[in-house]
Design a protein around this ligand. Structure first.
Ligand code: LER
Ligand code: MN
Length: 268
């Protein structure tokens, strides 16, 4: 498994990424701290200087595991379940841009907050169909470009649409695509799953990406999640992808980025 450091250029203090600021500087820092890769959270991926990012990665022996797309929802309110067709089309266009950048960077594309919520549960089927239509457009492009998309199970306080690993698996089955994989996040699993290790086992070979944060969303070791047990479950499931630390930057960005890898490395 590879360890990935979450980075973003310009996000608030309470956004769960470890390092803020210049991408190039943070890719270098990731390498110095011993990370294998970085996860870039970006609102509009067209703003990235891909040549500069790729050459920095190569020089520093770091890869880009994933693109985090949630800022497209947080900042622009774009989602796949928005009642307005124009907003859904803009959401799809944004994810298509991420897919193109994902192809160039060799990164998977996360669909977390941008799948949206169900505004009216009595019309669940209608909103699910909106989401499926958007996913199908994105998956067709992802297949053409060889990019994996990830559907993240997110806790009930952030969305009412796909909270558990089981719901994510059911949704993947509805798309019928091999390019959509389950993405688990220990912070969300701690709220939604009865047994996190069991859920990882259920995801099995469909597991595509992992976020680590402790129960309080601080770096592993600062809360009460049993990461030894989670890592064993990931190994038993044959998972060999990335674990990205999507944590709050407390007490400081530097300490959290250092503490996360220091606490997890011995358990691997
Ligand atoms: C995104 O990966 C995530 O976990 C959500 O909680 C958005 O913050
Ligand atoms: Mn997450």
């Amino acid at each position: 498994m590879k360890l990935s450091l979450t980075i973003a250029k310009d996000v608030s203090e309470n956004f769960p990424v470890l390092l803020r600021g210049d991408y190039v500087e943070n890719i270098k820092k990731a390498s110095q701290l011993g990370y294998d890769c970085v996860e870039i959270h970006v609102r509009d991926p067209r703003e990235l200087n891909l040549d500069e990012i790729l050459s920095t990665c190569e020089e520093n022996h770091v890869t880009i595991s994933t693109l985090g797309t949630g800022l497209g929802y947080v900042v622009d309110r774009l989602s796949f379940t928005n009642p307005d067709k124009e907003v859904r089309e803009k959401a799809v266009a944004r994810i298509l841009d991420h897919i193109e950048v994902g192809r160039k960077l060799g990164a998977k594309v996360i669909i977390g907050s941008m799948r949206g919520s169900i505004p009216d549960k009595s019309e669940y089927k209608k909103y699910e169909a909106f989401a499926l239509e958007c996913f199908e457009k994105c998956l067709s492009e992802a297949e053409n470009k060889g990019v994996t998309l990830l559907i993240e199970a997110i806790n009930r306080y952030e969305t009412n649409f796909i909270n558990t690993v089981e719901e994510a698996l059911e949704f993947i089955e509805k798309t019928g695509s091999r390019y959509l994989k389950v993405h688990v996040d220990t912070f969300h699993m701690n709220i939604e799953e009865g047994d996190m290790a069991e859920s990882i086992k259920t995801a099995g070979s469909l597991l595509g990406h992992v976020h680590f944060a402790d129960s309080n969303r601080r770096y592993p070791g600062m809360g009460h999640i049993d990461f030894k047990k989670i890592i064993k479950a990931l190994k038993d499931a044959g998972y060999n992808g990335a674990i990205a630390f999507e944590c709050l930057p407390y007490p400081t960005e530097e300490e959290a980025a250092k503490g996360a890898i220091e606490n997890i490395n011995p358990l691997l």
